[in-house]
Ligand binder design. Structure first.
Ligand code: ADP
Length: 425
């Protein structure tokens, strides 16, 4: 099997978003957690998204991990690799977008790299090299106050120039709307001027399609899920991919008991838990017992063992904002969050030992802790339960076939837990 597209994502949730976007656009896609082992057996897929946690680490480390991912993807036949960054271009003057781009460009042999974080469906557009978040330029958006990467300059030509060793140019919207040939001609001019990377304007999906078509003649591109969409559409137009990329994932049922875990305390999740009470047995954990080191996970597993063969169950640590604030003031925010995440991971591990093979997890950090603990190397992306939340089929898990749904707190409709289980056979 030869990959049509390889992707390296600088964080986990961005990788999940990209993998979901590629699947919706018609590419069968696996998201891996970190650079996979050489022996990882992939199902029949068109694209692999390697998720790294390299957005805010030291630049040298981000480079070496990205190079390892690039080598793995190229080794599986990927002619084109997309380095996936945040659609708000989260980075600082020391990186990591510039240094990683420079290193990957070096090994790709490309004279010039196309760069755009535009993703119009989420309000990210680029005009004259300036990134807009909704109606405001990046430097006026909430990203100006980001705790790790405050973004004070909306002009991405300047932002990238401060991080990269190569000269940065611009392909403006007037050129993009004239189509692929005009973009190619402009890139050729820039590259003659010694420019090694170009920010490309994009305001509508059709601009991304033009960029995707041009990018396929290159070995490397840099951007967010929007350029992923453009690449996927160009590949499908060229005869790759398939109409129902998500469908095949569901062909062989996983079966076995099903369970849900909730660690998110968002309003949306609290309502989803309340609704689930009508459909399944629900256990509310005692967060104080977790943090003070009493074996709340074991109590939960004993409770689960008695019910799991009768139907799905839900175990939740979630609490109202007042309760969360009170708990945090007693124990400290980080200590409380970490202890509860680890307890949820203990419970997930125990549930799998009880035979659970269909697992729904609510909460971004909670999902991360659970996936790390279960040591699942990757996921094949399936049908969407709610916008941005697909059913995932584990790839290379030691437990064999497993189906998961991982959602950030605010995602999903009021009956998310039963909606998810309906699609996870
Ligand atoms: P979301 O996607 O809604 O942000 P996360 O799982 O990312 O959800 O974050 C929720 C955080 O709150 C986690 O660190 C989790 O351990 C913690 N948490 C869960 N239950 C409670 C609780 N009852 N009190 C305080 N913190 C909690």
């Amino acid at each position: 099997m030869k990959l049509a597209l390889g992707c390296i994502a600088d964080d986990y949730t961005g990788a999940a978003d990209l993998a979901n976007t590629l699947t919706r656009a018609g590419l069968r896609t696996v998201q891996t957690i970190g650079v996979p082992a050489d022996e990882l057996k992939l199902p029949e897929v068109d694209a692999v998204v390697v998720s790294l946690k390299s957005r805010s680490i030291e630049a040298g480390l981000a480079v070496s991990r990205s190079q390892a991912a690039d080598k793995w993807l190229r080794g599986r036949g990927a002619d084109h690799v997309l380095f996936k960054v945040c659609s708000t271009f989260d980075s600082t003057d020391v990186g990591n977008i510039g240094p990683v781009m420079d290193a990957l460009r070096g090994s790709s042999g490309d004279a010039i790299v196309l760069v755009t974080p535009a993703f119009p469906e989420t309000g990210r557009t680029v005009y004259q090299g300036n990134l807009f978040v909704g109606a405001v330029p990046l430097n006026e958006s909430p990203l100006k106050d980001h705790p790790l990467n405050p973004m004070h300059d909306s002009n991405l030509v300047r932002v990238l120039a401060r991080q990269s060793k190569t000269k940065i140019g611009l392909v403006d919207l007037a050129t993009v709307v004239r189509g692929p040939e005009a973009v190619r001609a402009r890139l050729a001019n820039l590259s003659e001027e010694g420019i090694g990377a170009a920010i490309i304007d994009a305001v509508f999906d059709r601009d991304l399609e033009t960029i995707g078509e041009v990018s396929l003649n290159h070995r490397l591109s840099v951007g967010a899920s929007g350029i992923g969409l453009g690449l996927a559409r160009a590949l499908v137009t060229a005869g790759g991919g398939r109409k129902d990329a998500a469908g095949k994932t569901m062909e062989a049922p996983v079966g076995g008991p099903a369970a849900c875990l909730a660690g998110s305390c968002s309003q949306v999740t609290l309502q989803q838990i309340a609704n689930a009470e009508e459909m399944m047995a629900v256990l509310h954990l005692d967060p104080d017992r977790i943090i003070t080191g009493q074996d709340e996970a074991r109590r939960a597993l004993a409770w689960a063992a008695q019910r799991i063969t009768e139907g799905p169950i839900l175990i939740a640590s979630s609490a109202t904002p007042d309760q969360v604030a009170a708990l945090q003031s007693r124990h400290g925010r980080d200590a409380a969050g970490h202890a509860i995440e680890q307890a949820m991971a203990d419970i997930a591990e125990g549930l799998v030992r009880l035979g659970v093979r269909r697992l729904v997890v609510a909460g971004g950090e909670t999902s991360g802790a659970v996936v790390d603990r279960l040591g699942i190397p990757g996921f094949l992306v399936g049908a969407e339960i709610a916008a941005g939340v697909p059913v995932l089929r584990a790839v290379g898990a030691k437990e064999g076939e497993m189906s998961l749904a991982l959602k950030s707190g605010n995602f999903g409709g009021p009956r998310f837990f039963s909606d998810a289980l309906d699609l996870m056979h």
